[in-house]
Design a protein around this ligand. Structure first.
Ligand code: EPZ
Length: 431
C-alpha cells in the first residue's frame, strides 16, 4: 500500500497548471454512448475515475484510443456498443458517476441495465430524482439491490421539475432527453460549470440543449447525434484546492489554465481569511504572507460555495486566527474527516451533523491520518502543508480518484511530499 508523507511548513511558490474537470469528464465520457460516430475528447484529467469509466465503456464494446503524444486526448468509438446491459459490476461499483450510463443508455437504446454504483460514500447518496426524471420521460424503472433496470416503449420529451437541485439528476435527465422526441424542460436544474460543459458537448454532437447554467434547461429531442472533438473545462475543485493549499502553507502561486468566474465563491472566501487573490484571464494568483483570520462559510449549489471545497476549507480555517462556522447545506452531513483533523490539533465541534465550529489554533501539527474520501483526503493535504512536522496520509487511492499528479504538482511548488510504499499494520487499520 502507498501513503503520502508530507513535511509541513514549506511555503509554496511558482506556477501550477490545472487539469480537466473530473466531474465534467465522468459525464461526458458516458454521453459518447448516445452518438452514432466516434468522438475525440480532449483535456481529460489523468485520474482513476476517468480510467475506470473508459474501462467500463471498453467492456461494453466501445473502442477507446489514447491519441499519441497527448494522453489527455482520447478517441472513443461507441459503434461497438450493441447492448444496453452493463455487466462489469466491479468497475461500475467502484465509482459513483457510472450512474450516467443509465441516462445515456436509456437515451440511446430506450433501455438500460446498470449495476449499482459506488464511489465516495461520505453520506447517503440517493438517486430518487434520477429515477423521477426517467419515469417522467416515459421509462419504467426497477430498482434492485444490485442493479437498476430501465425500459421504455417510446421515450418522450416532458416537463421535469426537481424538488432538490441535483447535479447528477440534471445530467441524467439531459442524457435521457437529448434523443427523445419532443421538448423536455428541466426546472430547478443544477447550474454547475460541468452542467454547462455537458450541454456544450451534447450540442457539439448536434443536440439542441438551451439554458444550461440557468435554473431552466430546454431540450428539443434530435433523432441522431454526430461525432465531434471537444475539450473539457478546467477543474474548478482542483483549482480551488491548490488555492486553499497556498493559503494554508503561505507563499505566492499562479494557478493557470482556469476559468476565474468558476472560482468566484472560493476567491471571495479566501479573501475573507486575509489571503490575496488576483484574477487574470485564465489564471488566478494566490499570495499569503500574514496569518489568516477565521470566517463563516455555507455551502450551496453553484454559484454558491461548493460542497466539494468544504473539507479543504475547514482544514484551512483550523489554523486561522479566531472562530469560524461552516454549514454544510448540500449534503446531509459531510464531516467524517473531522476526527482526522483533530489528530493534527484542530479544535472542531460538530453541531447537528451539518455545522462545524472551528476554533483556529496557531498551527496544526503532523500526525498519522487517513484520506476517508476524495475531498477528505484533499483536506488532509491542505492541513499537512501548513502544519509543523510530518503528516502521513494513508488510503491515498481516494485522492488519486480526482487529483492528477498531485505529488509532481506540489513538489514543483516547493512542498516536501513523498509517496511511500508500506505494509499495513493493525495500527494503520485502527487510525
Ligand atoms: C455531484 O454528486 C458530484 N459528483 C459531487 O462531487 C458533488 O459533491 C455533488 O454533485 C454536489 O455538488 C459528481 O459529479 C460525480 P447531487 P451528485 O445529486 O450528482 C440530494 C466529488 O467530491 N439528492 O447534486 O451525486 C443529495 O442527497 C463528488 O467530486 C437527492 O435527494 O450530487 C444531496 O443532498 C462528491 N436525490 C443533493 O441532492 C437524488 O436523487 C445534491 O446531490 C439525488 C440527489
Amino acid at each position: 500500500m502507498d501513503k503520502f508523507v508530507i513535511n509541513g511548513g514549506h511555503k509554496l511558490y511558482g506556477t501550477v497548471n490545472i487539469s480537466g474537470a473530473k466531474n465534467a469528464a465522468v459525464a461526458i465520457i458516458p454521453a459518447v454512448v448516445l452518438c452514432d460516430e466516434p468522438c475525440i475528447v480532449e483535456n481529460l484529467p489523468k485520474i482513476r475515475d476517468v480510467n475506470i469509466i473508459l474501462e467500463i465503456l471498453k467492456t461494453m464494446g466501445a473502442k477507446v484510443t489514447r491519441i499519441a503524444g497527448d494522453s489527455a486526448r482520447v478517441k472513443i468509438d461507441p459503434r461497438g456498443i450493441k447492448s444496453s446491459r452493463v455487466t462489469c459490476e466491479r468497475l461500475v461499483g467502484d465509482m459513483r458517476a457510472s450512474y450516467y450510463l443509465l441516462g445515456a443508455l436509456l437515451g440511446k437504446f430506450g433501455s438500460a441495465v446498470v449495476p449499482a454504483s459506488g464511489g465516495c460514500s461520505f453520506c447517503d447518496r440517493p438517486i430518487d430524482l434520477h429515477i423521477k426524471a426517467f419515469r417522467l420521460l416515459g421509462a419504467k424503472c426497477n430498482l434492485l439491490p444490485d442493479r437498476v433496470e430501465l425500459t421504455s416503449e417510446n421515450l418522450q420529451g416532458r416537463n421535469i421539475d426537481f424538488d432538490v437541485v441535483s447535479v447528477g439528476a440534471t445530467m441524467n435527465a439531459m442524457l435521457a432527453a437529448v434523443r427523445a422526441p419532443g421538448k423536455t424542460v428541466i426546472a430547478r436544474a443544477a447550474k454547475e460549470p460541468h452542467i454547462v460543459d455537458l450541454a456544450n458537448f451534447l450540442n457539439s454532437m448536434g443536440a439542441n440543449v438551451r439554458g444550461a447554467g440557468t435554473d431552466v434547461i430546454k431540450i428539443k429531442g434530435v433523432e441522431k447525434l454526430h461525432g465531434c472533438t471537444y475539450s473539457i473545462i478546467p477543474d474548478q475543485i482542483e483549482a480551488g484546492t491548490y488555492m486553499t493549499a497556498v493559503a494554508a502553507a503561505g507563499g505566492d502561486v499562479k494557478i493557470k489554465g482556469v476559468i476565474p468566474e468558476h472560482l468566484e465563491s472560493i476567491t471571495t472566501k479566501l479573501r475573507d481569511t486575509g489571503a490575496t487573490v488576483e484574477e487574470f484571464d485564465e489564471m488566478v494568483r494566490v499570495i499569503r504572507e500574514e496569518p489568516l483570520y477565521g470566517c463563516n462559510v455555507k455551502t450551496s449549489p453553484h454559484p454558491g460555495f461548493p460542497t466539494d471545497m468544504q473539507p479543504q476549507f475547514v482544514a484551512l480555517l483550523s489554523a486561522a486566527e479566531g472562530k469560524s462556522k461552516v454549514i454544510e447545506a448540500v449534503w446531509e452531513t459531510r464531516f467524517s474527516y473531522v476526527p482526522q483533523l483533530r489528530k493534527m490539533g484542530a479544535d472542531i465541534i460538530i453541531e447537528n451533523g451539518n455545522t462545524v465550529h472551528v476554533d483556529g489554533t496557531d498551527r496544526l501539527h503532523g500526525a498519522k491520518v487517513r484520506a476517508l474520501d476524495l475531498r477528505a483526503g484533499a483536506a488532509m493535504i491542505v492541513a499537512a502543508l501548513g502544519a509543523e512536522g510530518t503528516t502521513e496520509i494513508s488510503d491515498i487511492r481516494y485522492i488519486e480518484r480526482g487529483y492528477e499528479k498531485v505529488i509532481e504538482k506540489l513538489t514543483a511548488l516547493g512542498a516536501d511530499i513523498r509517496r511511500v510504499t508500506y505494509v499495513e499494520s493493525q495500527e494503520d487499520v485502527d487510525l
